[in-house]
Write a protein that binds this ligand. Structure first.
Ligand code: XMP
Length: 435
């Protein structure tokens, strides 16, 4: 490994990732470890230049008092301690300064003056390191990757193609609930441009068949998730000699899934629940990166902007935006209206500003008038939200002319639609998706 590292020990602070981000912003690599890491484990980590013991109020986590091994202060490494109790350390703080530039100055002093770390954390070095590590891990064996076309799986694919070329097999399952042009762009970028081993499975009929008549949102989600795993498994069984599974796990997945001291936020499963007899070792080259670093890595690997800066898209795809029991005509209306919304948001520069935006088509009709005749057709609902963590969200205020243009185009270009509405609801009470 090329990079120097600052280790953050989680002593019950709520913002370990914020500190890790701030250190990485200085160009120095940083990782978070649980408070009860041993001195020996710390010594085994590569290139550690200093330690930040990041405490919360009285080191209490869920009512239990915790502490780091005090021998850590005598390891011979610089230690900065954010603490309420008498502590040792080269820099001791009661708490982080509220003022951001003061906090940044403190970190700069610690990282460079005390730890003498080198600012050598950058994507070029990261990619070079990961290519070497993947080659070492995989040898001459084969790796399988479920390539959805989302940011994380696309970046993993690009990195693995660079590292091991045709030893990687990507499987792209089109469940028929992708956005317009999405599967095509996966094929264009990975098969045509990067010359990857890409298996494209058009499972549209199979998914829509299983979903026919199913209106309950949770049942729809379960069918889509379960069927996805079955299709992927069938493809995997057709291949010989695969020993590894590539995964787009990223750093927040690991941190949020809970260290011993951090609270469990959510359990993550990217491919999730593969059958036990398909035993793979995991290859997770992005597991140290935050989301924006994953994007930077994708850019460095030459992926196109619309792939790297793609907005989040739920696993069940347009299936949760075609409300109730999915029909082909309403699914088409969601897909076409979504494409118009995306195009007009890009034209208005909103694609870089708004976190997530999409359309929804409900399973009821309303009366309208088209070509001087009564019509009875579906509405399209527009949704555009901003959020930091998707736990809460506020709606984006869109200028009227943009909304009117989108409305006009949808009414003219999308079949079976006679009305456009804008969803003004924040989360809570609403969720971001409608199902
Ligand atoms: P909600 O609707 O719960 O959505 O406010 C929060 C964020 O999560 C996305 N989402 C999903 N992402 N698989 C995913 O990968 C899913 O099943 C799923 N459901 C919702 C949603 O698009 C929003 O960004």
């Amino acid at each position: 490994m090329q990079q120097d590292m600052i280790v953050i020990l989680d002593l019950g602070s709520t913002d370990n990732t914020g500190v890790a981000r701030a250190v990485r912003d200085l160009g120095v690599y940083s990782e978070i470890y649980p408070h009860d890491i041993s001195v020996d484990e710390l010594r085994d980590l590569p290139n550690v230049k200093g330690i930040i013991v990041n405490g919360g109020p009285n080191h209490m986590v869920n009512g239990v008092k915790i502490d780091v091994d005090r021998a850590i202060y005598n390891m011979g490494l610089p230690v900065m301690c954010v603490d309420h109790e008498p502590s040792r350390g080269d820099i001791v703080l009661k708490e982080w300064p509220e003022n951001e530039s003061e906090a940044q100055n403190l970190l700069t002093e610690f990282v460079f003056a005390f730890c003498k770390a080198e600012a050598n954390w950058n994507m070029k070095n990261f990619i070079a390191d990961q290519i070497e590590l993947v080659r070492r891990q995989v040898g001459d064996k084969k790796v399988l990757l479920a390539l959805s076309g989302g940011v994380d799986s696309s970046v993993v694919a690009a990195l693995l193609i660079k590292a091991i070329g045709k030893q990687l097999t990507c499987v792209h399952v089109n469940h028929g609930l992708m956005r317009k042009g999405e599967s095509e762009s996966v094929i264009e970028v990975f098969k045509n441009q990067m010359d990857a081993n890409l298996i494209y499975v058009d499972a549209t009929e199979r998914f829509l068949g299983k979903l026919a008549g199913v209106a309950d949102p949770e049942s729809k989600r379960k069918i889509i998730g379960g069927e996805f795993i079955r299709v992927f498994e069938e493809e995997a069984r057709k291949l010989d000699g695969i020993e590894f599974l590539g995964q787009g796990t990223i750093y927040p997945d690991i941190v949020e899934s809970g260290t011993k001291t951090a609270k469990m936020v959510k359990s993550h499963h990217n491919v999730g629940g593969l059958p036990e007899d398909l035993q793979f070792q995991l290859v997770e080259p992005l597991k140290q990166l935050f989301k924006d670093e994953v994007r930077a890595c994708g850019k460095e690997l030459g992926l196109p902007d619309d792939m790297v800066y793609r907005q989040p898209f739920p696993g069940p795809g347009l299936g949760v935006r075609c409300l109730g029991a999915i029909t082909r005509e309403r699914l088409e209306a969601v897909r076409e209206s979504d494409a118009i919304l995306r195009e007009e948001f890009a034209n208005a520069g909103l694609d870089k500003k708004v976190w997530q935006y999409f359309t929804v088509v409900p399973d009821f009709k309303s009366v309208g008038v088209k070509d001087n005749a009564r019509c009875f057709e579906y509405p399209v609902i527009l949704r555009a939200v901003n959020t930091v963590d998707a736990m809460t969200a506020s709606i984006e205020t869109i200028d009227w002319p943009v909304l009117l243009k989108i409305t006009d185009r949808i009414l003219k270009e999308v079949k079976n639609v006679n009305r456009v509405c804008y969803d003004l609801s924040p989360k809570p009470c609403a969720t971001i998706e409608w199902e």
